[in-house]
Write a protein that binds this ligand. Structure first.
Ligand code: NAP
Length: 275
C-alpha cells in the first residue's frame, strides 16, 4: 500500500512515517521539507499530480500559531479541503485526518479552521477517519518541550492555580491509532485520542517534575484575565502563548477514552508508566 503522508517531517508525522515503514508500507512524505507547500496547493487540481498511485492519504500538517503567510485558514482548511476533494476525484480509498480535540468548539481560528476541514471531509464520497488528539507528549514534541521547561522552573507560573483539565496521550498511541485507522471498519468515524487519565494542568506539570527526579515544585498563580491581557504582547516573543491558545487551555481538553480504547484494542498508555 502506498501512503501520502502530509506533514511527514513534523513531530507526529515522523513517528507515523517510521512505524508505517516498519510495517512495510511505502510512505511518500509531503511537506515543505520535500518541496510540497500547502500555501501553493489550494485547489483540487494542484493536488492531482501528487496522488497518482496513492492508496491512502494521511494529513498531519498543522500549526499552533500563525506566523507571516503561515495562516490557519490556508494550512488547516483551504489546502486540506483541496487535498480531500482531489482524493475524491482520484478515487483514493481512504483519508485519515489528524485534527484536534476540541475543534468542534469552533471558538478560536485554530479550532474553526480544523473544524471546517473535518466537516468538508465528511461530505465526500470516500472513506475517512478523523482522529482528534488531545495534547500529545513524547520525545520531540514542541508543546511537550514547553511544558517540561515550565515544570522544571524554580517557581512554576500557573493560570487560575492550574485547574484546567487536560488528558494527554502518548505519541506511540497516536501512531498506533493511525495505523489501526488504515483498516478500521466501518470507516467514517471521528475518534478522540486521549490518554487514560484526566489531569489538572498543575498535576501534569508536577508529574513531569516527579519523572525528572524533582520534588513537588512551588507555584505562583495569576488570574486568567490578567495573563490573557499580557499574552497579547507575549505572543510576539512566544507564539505558543497566543491568547487563543490560553483560551483553549482554559476550555479544557478532555473526552471519553472509550473510542481510542476500542480502536487500539487496549487502554492507552498511562503517563506514570512512561520513562
Ligand atoms: N502535538 C500536539 O500536541 C497535537 C495535539 C493535537 C493535534 N495535533 C495536530 O497534529 C498534527 C501534527 O502536529 P505536530 O505536533 O506534528 O506539528 P509539527 O511538529 O509542527 O509538524 C507540522 C508539520 O506541518 C508541516 N507544515 C507546516 N507548514 C507547512 C506548509 N506551508 N506546507 C506543507 N507542510 C507544512 C511541517 O513540515 P515543514 O516544516 O517541512 O513544511 C510539519 O511536517 C497537526 O495537525 C496538529 O494540529 C497536534
Amino acid at each position: 500500500m502506498k501512503i501520502l503522508l502530509t506533514g511527514g517531517s513534523g513531530f507526529v508525522g515522523r513517528y507515523i512515517a517510521g512505524r508505517l515503514a516498519e510495517e512495510g508500507y511505502t510512505v511518500i512524505k509531503a511537506s515543505r521539507a520535500t518541496g510540497v507547500d500547502f500555501l501553493s496547493l489550494q485547489k483540487a487540481e494542484h493536488w492531482l499530480p501528487h496522488l497518482s498511485d496513492i492508496d491512502v492519504v494521511i494529513n498531519c500538517v498543522g500549526i499552533i500559531a500563525e506566523k507571516g503567510k503561515q495562516r490557519f485558514d490556508i494550512l488547516h482548511d483551504m489546502a486540506p479541503r483541496a487535498l480531500f476533494k482531489a482524493c475524491e476525484l482520484q478515487k483514493i480509498k481512504r483519508v485519515i485526518q489528524i485534527s484536534a480535540l476540541g475543534a468542534e468548539h469552533v471558538s478560536t481560528p485554530y479550532q474553526i479552521s480544523k473544524n471546517h476541514a473535518d466537516q468538508a471531509l465528511k461530505q465526500l464520497n470516500l472513506e475517512w477517519v478523523i482522529l482528534k488528539p488531545s495534547l500529545i507528549y513524547g520525545e520531540g514534541g514542541n508543546s511537550d518541550a514547553m511544558f517540561r521547561m515550565m515544570a522544571l522552573l524554580p517557581i512554576i507560573p500557573l493560570i487560575d492555580h492550574g485547574k484546567q483539565q487536560i488528558q494527554p496521550i502518548h505519541i506511540n498511541d497516536v501512531v498506533e491509532a493511525t495505523l489501526a485507522s488504515l483498516s478500521l471498519s466501518p470507516a467514517h468515524q471521528e475518534i478522540a485520542l486521549v490518554g487514560p487519565t484526566v489531569y489538572t494542568f498543575v498535576d501534569w506539570l508536577q508529574l513531569i517534575r516527579k519523572k525528572n527526579g524533582k520534588k513537588r515544585g512551588l507555584t505562583v498563580s495569576s488570574p486568567y484575565f490578567l495573563v490573557k491581557t499580557m499574552s497579547h504582547f507575549a505572543k510576539y516573543l512566544f507564539p505558543m502563548l497566543h491568547p487563543d491558545n490560553l483560551q483553549m487551555l482554559q476550555q479544557g481538553n478532555v473526552a471519553d477514552v472509550h473510542g481510542v480504547r476500542k480502536l487500539l484494542g487496549r487502554s492507552p498508555i498511562a503517563a506514570e508508566e512512561v520513562k
